[in-house]
Design a protein around this ligand. Structure first.
Ligand code: LUZ
Ligand code: MOS
Length: 756
C-alpha cells in the first residue's frame, strides 16, 4: 500500500478548485434562504407580524410551521424539536420562520422587518439549575460495577469534589449550508454540508411527507464537521427543501458565521461531582461521579453523548467499584450536540480531577496514582467489556522511557527552584477511547464499486470527507486490493441514491466501517477478475495476482495489463460492479442491564505536557506535548499524525482558551471570533512530538489501522493539569479548582488564592 499518499484533495484545495456546497454552480433563478430566529430564550409568542417583511421587493415567501405538509419535527433520538417554533420558543436562536428571497441582501432586509412579541418565561442556562427544577431531557442513566458504598467504607483515603467543563464551538471553516432543487415528479435533490446524508433524507421525508426515495441527498465534502454536522446540518437542509416543495424553484441557504454561532448547539458543558476512594497503595478502589450535562432545549444527540460520558468515566483505569450517573438537563440554550469525543472528554476530565485532588491532598505527584491504576489485560470496564489487547501500560511505559519522564520532571523542578516569577508544570495524560457507535445498530456501512470497461474505477461509500482524509484511505484500500495504481480510482460524492441507509460519518469509525466494505467489494471483484485471467492463461487461479496494473503469474510479470482482463471480463459478461455490506461483528450492549461489549476495540496512548506559567500575569505557554499513540498499523502516517496534531490542539483549545459565554437571559455573548478565541499558531505547543506505539493493531480495524479521529483530543486534557501543576509550584496552599477552560484570568485567581 502507498502509505505515504497525500490527501487526494490537497491539489484541489490548494488551487481553490475543490467544491463545497457554496461552490456548486447554481441553477438560474436560485433563491436564497435565511432563517428568522428567536431573540428570546424562553417565551410564548404573543404576536408575529410578517406583513412589512413580505412586502419587501424580491421576497418570494416567508415560510413558517403552517407551511409544513408533514410533521413539524426533526428530533432524531427523541421527537422534541420542531423545525420552526409554533407558539413557544425554547432558546435564543431557535428558528421561527424562513425567508426566501432573490438574494441575501433582500432576505436580511426582510428579516429585520419581522415584528415579534413575546411573553417572557423563566430562563434556565445552567445544568445545576435545571436539575434543581427537575428539568430533564429523559431519565438519568447509571453504570454500576461492584459496590461503591461498601468499598468506600474500607478505603484508606476518600476525596470528593466538583468540576466544570465548558462547551466548545465547532468552528468548522465551512459554515452550515445546503442547496436544494426540484427534480421531475416532485422529487427533490439536496446538496448538504452534512456528516449524515441519510439523517437529512429521513428527516426531510418526514417533514415534507414524502417517501425517502423522492429525496436524494448528495455531499461533496465538508470544510470540517467535528460533530457539529452529525445532527445539526439537518434543519437548514429541510428548510430549503420545504421551500422547494412549495415554490418548485432552487433554494440555497448558507449560514453566515454570526447566524451559525448563534443558532447551532455546541459541545455540552458539564457540571459534575466525584467521590474517589484509594487504598494505601494508591489503588483506586471506588469511584462515583454524577454528571450534569447541559443538553440545551432539545434532545438532539444528548442521550447518546451522555451514554459515552459513562463509558469513559474511568478513562483507562481499572476501578473495581464504580457508580456513575448522568443527567441530561434541559436548559434554554441551543440544543448541544456531538463534538469530537462525544461526551468522553467530559467524563475523563472528572476522573483526572479526582486523581489530581487525591494527589494534592496526599502531597504526591498525580502520575503516581495514574500509573498505579492503568487497566490491564482481562480487567473489566464498568460497562462489562473485558479489556483485551490493552495498551494502557504499554503506552505509558513507552512514553516514560522514550521521552525520559524523570529527566523532564527534573528539568521542571530545577527551573522552578531557580525562578520566582515563572513556574513550569507538567502532567501525564493517558487515554483509552472505545471505537464503535455506542448504539450497536449504527455500526454498519456499504460500498458500491464499479469497474468501468476501460479499467477505471468509481467508488461510492457512506463516508463523508470532511478534511479527515477518509476518501484517501478508501482509495488506498481499493488500489491495494485491486492491485492497480491510485490514479485509476475515483472516490465519488456521498449520495443516498448510491449508498442508502447510512450512519453518519462519526464516532471515529468511518474509515473502519466503510473501509471494510470497500475491502469486501474489491475482494469480490478481484476474485472474478482472477478467474477471468486464469482462463486467459490456462493456469490455476492461485497463480494469478494483479500488481501495479499488471497481471502476474506466480511472481512473473506478464505483458497483460489489469484493464486487459477487465475488457475480457466484459466480453464474458462478468459483473464488474459490487455492492458490499459490512457490519461490525461481536459488539452488543444491553441497556436494561447497562452491560455488554459495545466497542470493537479501544485506542490507547499517553501524552506528557509541559507548560511555563507567568505567575505575575497568569499567562502561559505550552512548551511541549510528547505523545506515544496507538495507531495500530497505520495505513497513512501523514494523515494519522495530522489527526493527532489537530485533535490535540482542539483539546487544548477546549481546556484553555475557548470560552463560550451566555448571559442570564440565554443570549450568546461569545458570538464572534473577537470574543471567542481558538488556538492559533502562536498558542499551539512549541514542540509536538508523536511516536507510534509498536503494536499488532486490531483485526477489527481496517488493515489493523486503528481509528484516529477522536481519541487524541483527550491529550489536550493534560494541558489543564500541567497548568494546575505549575500553579501548585507557585502557591502550594491553593486548593485545586477544576473549572475549565483555564483562561489566564482564572489562572491568576488561582495563583493568588488563599487557603480555603
Ligand atoms: N455519534 C453517535 C458519535 O451517534 N454515536 C457515538 O457513539 C458517537 N461517538 C463518537 C462520536 N459520534
Ligand atoms: Mo462525531 S463527535 O464523531 O460527529
Amino acid at each position: 500500500m502507498t502509505k505515504t499518499m497525500k490527501n487526494i484533495d490537497s491539489f484541489g484545495h490548494l488551487r481553490g478548485e475543490s467544491l463545497f456546497v457554496d461552490d456548486i454552480i447554481t441553477k438560474q433563478n436560485t433563491y436564497i434562504g435565511l432563517a428568522f430566529d428567536s431573540p428570546c430564550a424562553h417565551g410564548k409568542i404573543v404576536n408575529i407580524d410578517y406583513t412589512k417583511a413580505e412586502k419587501v421587493e424580491g421576497v418570494a415567501k416567508i415560510f413558517t410551521y403552517k407551511d409544513i405538509v408533514g410533521v413539524n419535527q426533526i428530533g432524531g433520538i427523541i421527537p422534541d424539536e420542531p423545525l420552526w417554533a409554533e407558539d413557544e420558543v425554547h432558546f435564543a436562536g431557535q428558528p421561527i420562520a424562513f425567508i426566501v428571497a432573490k438574494n441575501e441582501i433582500i432576505a436580511k432586509k426582510a428579516r429585520a422587518l419581522i415584528h415579534i412579541e413575546f411573553k417572557n418565561l423563566p430562563v434556565i442556562t445552567t445544568a445545576k439549575e435545571a436539575k434543581s427544577k427537575g428539568s430533564f431531557i429523559n431519565e438519568p442513566r447509571s453504570f454500576v460495577l461492584g459496590d461503591t458504598n461498601n468499598s468506600f467504607a474500607n478505603c484508606e483515603y476518600v476525596f470528593e469534589g466538583e468540576t466544570f467543563t465548558n462547551g466548545q464551538e465547532h468552528l468548522y471553516l465551512e459554515t452550515q449550508g445546503c442547496y436544494a432543487y426540484p427534480m421531475e415528479n416532485g422529487n427533490i435533490k439536496i446538496i448538504s454540508s452534512t456528516q449524515g446524508p441519510t439523517q437529512v433524507q429521513k428527516a426531510a421525508a418526514k417533514v415534507l411527507d414524502l417517501p425517502m426515495h423522492k429525496i436524494e441527498v448528495d455531499v461533496t465534502r465538508l470544510g470540517g464537521g467535528f460533530g457539529g454536522k452529525e445532527d445539526q446540518a439537518t434543519a437548514w437542509a429541510i428548510m430549503a427543501a420545504v421551500a422547494v416543495q412549495h415554490l418548485k424553484k432552487p433554494v440555497k441557504y448558507i449560514l453566515n458565521r454570526h447566524d451559525d454561532l448563534r443558532m447551532t448547539g455546541k459541545r455540552h458543558p458539564y457540571q459534575s461531582s466525584f467521590k474517589i476512594g484509594l487504598d494505601k497503595d494508591l489503588k483506586i478502589k471506588a469511584f462515583e461521579a454524577e454528571f450534569l450535562q447541559n443538553s440545551g432545549a432539545a434532545a438532539d444527540l444528548s442521550p447518546a453523548i451522555a451514554e459515552r460520558t459513562l463509558f469513559h468515566a474511568t478513562n483507562c483505569y481499572f476501578v473495581p467499584n464504580v457508580k456513575t450517573t448522568v443527567y441530561s438537563c434541559k436548559t434554554n440554550l441551543p440544543p448541544n450536540t456531538a463534538f469530537r469525543g462525544f461526551g468522553g472528554p467530559q467524563g475523563m476530565f472528572v476522573i483526572e480531577s479526582a486523581i489530581a485532588k487525591a494527589a494534592n491532598v496526599l502531597g504526591i505527584n498525580k502520575r503516581l496514582i495514574q500509573k498505579a491504576n492503568l487497566i490491564s489485560e482481562n480487567d473489566t470496564f464498568s460497562y462489562g467489556q473485558v479489556a483485551t489487547k490493552t495498551e494502557a501500560i504499554n503506552s505509558w511505559n513507552s512514553a516514560e522511557t522514550n521521552f525520559d519522564l524523570v529527566h523532564i520532571e527534573n528539568e521542571v523542578n530545577d527551573f522552578n527552584k531557580k525562578n520566582d516569577r515563572y513556574k513550569k508544570g507538567m502532567a501525564v495524560m493517558p487515554i483509552a477511547f472505545g471505537i464503535s457507535f455506542t448504539n450497536t445498530p449504527m455500526n454498519h456501512a456499504r460500498a458500491l464499486v464499479h469497474i468501468y470497461q476501460d479499467g477505471s474505477v468509481g467508488i461510492s461509500t457512506a463516508a463523508v470527507e470532511m478534511g479527515q482524509s477518509v476518501n484517501t484511505k478508501m482509495l488506498q484500500i481499493a488500489s491495494e486490493t485491486l492491485g492497480i495504481d491510485p490514479e485509476k480510482v475515483k472516490i465519488e460524492t456521498t449520495n443516498t441514491t448510491r449508498v442508502a441507509n447510512t450512519s453518519p460519518s462519526a464516532a471515529s469509525s468511518t474509515a473502519d466501517l466503510n473501509g471494510k466494505a470497500v475491502l469486501k467489494a474489491c475482494q469480490s471483484l478481484d476474485k472474478r477478475l482472477v478467474t477471468v485471467a486464469a482462463k486467459m492463461y490456462h493456469v490455476n487461479e492461485y497463480k494469478i495476482s494483479f500488481r501495479s496494473n499488471f497481471v502476474f503469474i506466480d511472481d512473473e510479470k506478464t505483458k497483460h495489463l489489469w484493464q486487459d482482463v477487465v475488457a475480457q471480463a466484459m466480453l464474458e459478461r462478468v459483473a464488474l460492479s459490487e455492492n458490499a455490506h459490512y457490519a461490525t461483528p461481536k459488539i452488543h450492549f444491553d441497556k436494561t442491564k447497562e452491560k455488554g461489549h459495545p466497542f470493537a476495540y479501544h485506542v490507547y496512548g499517553t501524552s506528557i505536557t509541559t507548560v511555563t506559567l507567568d505567575c505575575l500575569q497568569g499567562t502561559y505557554e505550552i512548551d511541549a506535548v510528547k505523545i506515544v499513540h496507538d495507531f495500530g498499523k497505520s495505513m497513512n502516517m501523514g494523515v494519522d499524525v495530522g489527526q493527532v496534531e489537530g485533535a490535540l490542539v482542539q483539546g487544548i483549545g477546549w481546556m484553555t482558551m475557548e470560552e463560550i459565554a451566555y448571559d442570564e437571559t440565554g443570549k450568546l455573548l461569545s458570538d464572534a471570533l473577537s470574543t471567542y478565541k481558538i488556538p492559533d499558531i502562536f498558542s499551539v505547543p512549541k514542540t509536538v512530538e508523536i511516536i507510534a506505539l509498536e503494536t499488532k493493531g486490531d483485526e477489527m480495524a481496517v488493515y489493523r489501522s486503528k481509528a484516529v479521529g477522536e481519541p487524541p483530543l483527550m491529550y489536550g486534557i493534560g494541558t489543564y493539569f500541567a497548568i494546575q501543576n505549575a500553579i501548585q509550584c507557585f502557591n502550594n496552599k491553593s486548593n485545586l479548582t477544576f473549572h475549565s477552560p483555564y483562561t489566564p484570568e482564572k489562572v491568576l485567581m488561582d495563583l493568588y488564592k488563599k487557603e480555603a
